[in-house]
Write a protein that binds this ligand. Structure first.
Ligand code: ZN
Length: 151
């Protein structure tokens, strides 16, 4: 049996997910414009897109760093999820997003292992990705997102 076959069998048996990479890191900020200046002028990254996600009450800005993106999140309303997060914990890392190959299957697997889901089913997120969140109470404090690019 080849190594890849053994790996595949192990994956099926253990029902683990094996994310392919970190798709993005979500960072809550008070002011998108100010923070974009920091990432561009201090770190030398280029903001390639600003996008509003209305149902999440956020404005987002994206930077590519290798395979991974930085997603800055500014609340458009104080009662939105990012507004509440900043009020409670201040600015900073908000969530960690893993790229997975089968988002529905991945959610099913973690659910079977007792992880609490925020999204039972994937929904549309920024960048045209299918996304779903796991509850931080089940992930040792880190709000965790799964993403799958379906196109
Ligand atoms: Zn995200």
């Amino acid at each position: 049996m080849s190594t890849s076959q053994i790996k595949l069998l192990t994956k099926i048996k253990l029902k683990i997910i094996i994310p392919t990479h970190i798709e993005h890191i979500g960072i809550a900020v008070k002011n998108l414009e100010d923070s974009i200046s920091y990432y561009e002028e201090v770190l030398g990254l280029k903001c390639y897109k600003v996008e509003e996600v209305k149902d999440q009450k956020v404005k987002t800005a994206f930077f590519q760093v290798g395979q991974t993106k930085i997603e800055l999140l500014e609340s458009t309303e104080p009662d939105g999820p990012i507004g509440k997060f900043i009020e409670k914990r201040g600015e900073g890392i908000h969530h960690l997003a893993f790229a997975v190959n089968d988002i529905e299957g991945s959610l099913q697997k973690v659910k079977e292992k007792g992880v609490r889901l925020i999204d039972e089913k994937p929904r549309k997120g920024a960048e045209g990705l299918d996304i779903a969140f796991l509850h931080p109470k089940s992930t040792y404090g880190t709000l965790t997102e799964f993403c799958e690019k379906k196109s």
